[in-house]
Design a binder for this molecule. Structure first.
Ligand SMILES: NC(=O)C1=CN([C@@H]2O[C@H](COP(=O)(O)OP(=O)(O)OC[C@H]3O[C@@H](n4cnc5c(N)ncnc54)[C@H](OP(=O)(O)O)[C@@H]3O)[C@@H](O)[C@H]2O)C=CC1
Ligand SMILES: O=C(O)C1=N[C@H](C(=O)O)C[C@H](O)C1
Length: 269
């Protein structure tokens, strides 16, 4: 009998960490091989199921990433940029597929991830849901079909605890709009307007962020012209959509060649 791929979840106590643990524990395609938290965290050394307020899952939370990764075929990582860069090097060393959901990554973090992807499979996306990845494709197509008479604005809303803006998803959507229009996002991006900004510059792609309450994630791409507007919208109401996507990515990554992949590769979009 073949054993199921073993997956480690980093940031086990986080919003996404707990969602991922539940999703993997309920899956018949993978097994929970480990759970990671920071040294000194109250969960370290305890059964993760009991930490989450349920029955035991038979997996103790560890603070030793190398030991955990060495016994796994995949690592699912929704934490913070510095942690993700460190985990990328360790997962590559262990030849485990590294699925990265962490957002707020700066160019230097991405360069370090690219370096790790020379030796191992990394799947990274600012949003792992099927719906958003489809919306990314639609955004690219709509932007391609319209000229710069149509102003493009990306508006996103998230819960009060989110630490980065624009969201990873907003950046994916902005990137797709820029590609569709044949410009670079770096050239076109205008973020966080405030004060006397002057009139909107033709051809720019604007970003606005709202933070409050428990909003899981909402994204609009607005194409606004004289006399009409097109609004492409995705509303996330449950974090399981991200966890299911991440699990799919970890399974898809098994047996792939080393490289830096995204959810478009996984979903075949
Ligand atoms: N790509 C996607 O589909 C999605 C991406 N995300 C992204 O995932 C990330 C996490 O989101 P969320 O779960 O809401 O955030 P949380 O703050 O709830 O969880 C983050 C977890 O990572 C842990 N962590 C941070 N740094 C380290 C470290 N150095 N070593 C070990 N653990 C660490 C935190 O521990 P501590 O509390 O001790 O700091 C915490 O448990 C964010 O970047 C978010 O934008 C979220 C949803 C979907
Ligand atoms: O932090 C979150 O919660 C989310 N982060 C991702 C992002 O930055 O786009 C994905 C999702 O919107 C939830």
């Amino acid at each position: 009998m073949q054993t199921l791929p073993g997956l480690v979840v980093t940031g086990a106590s986080g919003r996404m960490g707990q969602m991922l643990i539940r999703t993997i524990a309920a899956s018949d395609k993978a097994r929970l091989a480990g759970c990671l938290e920071r040294p000194g965290h109250a969960w370290v050394g305890r059964d993760v199921g009991e930490c989450m307020g349920g029955g035991p899952l038979g997996v103790l939370v560890t603070d030793d990433p190398l030991e955990a990764f060495a016994q796994a075929q995949g690592v699912i990582d929704f934490t913070a940029p510095a942690a993700t860069v460190a985990f990328a090097a360790l997962a590559a060393q262990a030849r485990a597929v590294h699925v990265i959901g962490t957002t707020g990554l700066e160019p230097e973090h991405i360069a370090a991830i690219e370096a790790a992807a020379r030796h191992a499979v990394i799947v990274r996306a600012g949003n792992m849901s099927l719906g958003v990845n489809l919306l990314v494709r639609l955004t690219q197509k709509v932007a391609q079909a319209l000229d710069a008479d149509w102003d493009i604005e990306v508006v996103e809303a998230h819960h009060r605890m989110k630490v980065d803006a624009p969201s990873g998803t907003a950046l994916m959507l902005g990137q797709a709009a820029a590609e569709g229009r044949g410009v670079t996002l770096e050239q076109a991006m205008v973020s966080g307007r405030d004060g006397i900004t002057g009139a909107r510059e033709r051809g720019t792609i604007g970003f606005s962020a709202i933070r409050g309450g428990d909003v899981v994630g909402e994204h609009d791409v607005i194409f606004a012209a004289d006399g009409e507007r097109i609004v492409l919208r995705h509303l996330a109401t449950d974090r399981t959509i991200f966890a299911r996507g991440a699990l799919k990515a970890a399974l898809w990554g098994q047996g792939q060649k080393p490289g830096h992949y995204d959810m478009m590769d996984v979903l075949g979009l």
